[in-house]
Design a protein around this ligand. Sequence first.
Ligand code: GUN
Length: 296
Amino acid sequence: MTGAVRIDGKAAAAAVLGRVAEETARLVAETGVVPGLAVVIVGEDPASQVYVASKAKRAEECGFRSFRHALSAETSEADLLALVARLNADPAVHGILVQLPLPRHISDAAVIRAIDPDKDVDGFHPVNVGRLAAGQTAEAFVPCTPAGAMIMVRDVLGSDLSGLEAVVVGRSNIVGKPMAQLLLAANATVTIAHSRTKDLPAVCRRADVLVAAVGRPEMIRGDWIKPGAVVIDVGINRLPPEPGSEKGKGRLVGDVAFDEAMAVARAVTPVPGGVGLMTVALLMANTLRSAARAAG
Ligand code: GUN
């Protein structure tokens, strides 16, 4: 047996969603403004369909209006940009999320740039990236996955990480880079490691807070983890199906070898049931914040 805490993503997400639902009811009662979230999906990627359905469902549970736009995989970039422009102009829409990845003939960057930064509840627009980098967190929409991961870190360690080493493995715009910014804002000493880092296990072993966002199943082993570290696993990887498996689907695992991590760490997020649930919850929190701003 181990003494590590298995961080409960379901409970953490329920706490955020409960607050959002409560504050939404108050906003509606006081101002008549109902938060509106528009979710746009292009094409039929099955994983994206699942994510988008869960976002719409959570929005409705929070008391939001949800607008779903499902476009065919052949939609042109111009047509998608025209939809974004309509959503930017629609006062009932406070948050716009265009599910990524987009089909190859559409530029993710062009679409993200077209979204009004004040409706960019994903926090991907360069204006929001800049606000976060400049420490203007009161104005920035922070990307949902790192914002959720940060709440989980805070639940264990408190909000001040002074004197602690944080290592983020992965340098994506969606997770790695904004996560590093948030850890830095909380006074941690931050390293961003990635596939070209020399002696990655040794770098990880320095971490009091280790965040894995690389998309490589169970890459981070127990002996890469400093005893007592807080380990946040952002990876969601599906293993190949085991012979004779019932649904023909492999297991979902994170970027961290969970059982090994539990034997060494102070606290670990599981996959599934960890950070993933927080992503959707923080999307609702960002949308509510946008609506509250619009209500003045
Ligand atoms: N695809 C995977 N994660 C995300 C996300 O957080 N936002 C959007 N828009 N697309 C994604």
